[in-house]
Design a protein around this ligand. Structure first.
Ligand code: PXP
Length: 249
């Protein structure tokens, strides 16, 4: 199967804010990073406003909405507070993610099947406000079916287990994770969902995911911000873009 279209790259700038917050000042500025990402060929900017505001702040979201030309993918937990913020800003896309206070990063996908009714009611006003609603989930048929039933337009497949297996040298497990991602991308597309993917992707792991024909967008953050220390943010993004295009063939 030929790719369904050009693969978009969403750059997640959360960890620019992590570095800033380590000292509590104004540097480095996530909005400046977003503008650099825009110049370097990013197709969108992703930012996760966590309940504890450990990286991105409310002011960052305001600044991004006011200054960005690129579409903002606003990641948030399914809480009333976040819903009100999203409805006030009306970003291009809202990605609903699970959130636990004690976790270091978003560890797994959202349990859509268990909370179907609540989530259906939760996302309806966001859709009515014109936001594209995306649900961050594991490559799991039950969750994908539930995401389609609640009226999400997009699912983002969690690539963390695949990337972890690769990093730990568990190549059989890595290949199983990859096969599940491939099958579930095709399955989600067959239900009419747009498919995105992300979490933990690096130069070493991006190609097989970028090659999946149904995947339309990758959201990548931590690795790119780390790599920017060594080669600068623009070149770090440029190399990711090159690898994605090469894999897309
Ligand atoms: N997609 C989603 C839904 C996420 O929550 C995250 C992490 O915030 C990412 C993509 C990016 O992951 P990473 O920072 O590991 O590249």
């Amino acid at each position: 199967m030929k790719p369904l279209g050009r693969l978009r790259l969403g750059v997640n700038i959360d960890h620019v804010a992590t570095v800033r917050n380590a000292r509590g000042g104004a540097y480095p500025n996530p909005i400046r990073a977003a503008k650099l990402a825009e110049e370097a060929g990013a197709d969108g900017i992703t930012a996760h406003l966590r309940e504890d505001r450990r990286h991105i702040s409310d002011a960052d979201i305001e600044g991004l909405m006011a200054n960005l030309r690129l579409p903002l993918n606003f990641e948030m937990a399914a809480t009333a507070e976040m819903q009100a913020i999203a409805l006030r800003h009306r970003p291009h896309a809202v990605c609903i993610v699970p959130e636990k206070r004690e976790e270091r990063t978003t560890e797994g996908g959202l349990e859509v099947a268990r909370e179907e009714n609540r989530l259906a009611h939760f996302i309806a006003p966001l859709r009515e406000a014109g936001c594209r609603v995306s649900i961050f989930i594991a490559a799991d048929r039950r969750q994908i079916e539930a995401a389609a039933r609640i009226g999400a337009q997009v699912i983002e497949l969690h690539t963390g287990a695949y990337c972890d297996a690769h990093a730990e040298g568990h190549f059989d497990a890595r290949d199983r994770e990859l096969a599940a991602l491939r099958d579930m991308a095709a399955f989600a597309h067959s239900l009419g969902l747009e498919v995105h993917a992300g979490h933990g992707l690096t130069y070493e792991t991006v190609a097989p995911v970028a090659a999946m024909p149904e995947v339309m967008e990758l959201n990548i953050g931590h690795f790119l911000i780390g790599e920017a220390i060594f080669r600068g943010l623009g070149p770090a993004i440029g190399e990711m873009r090159r690898l994605m295009d090469e894999a897309r063939g």
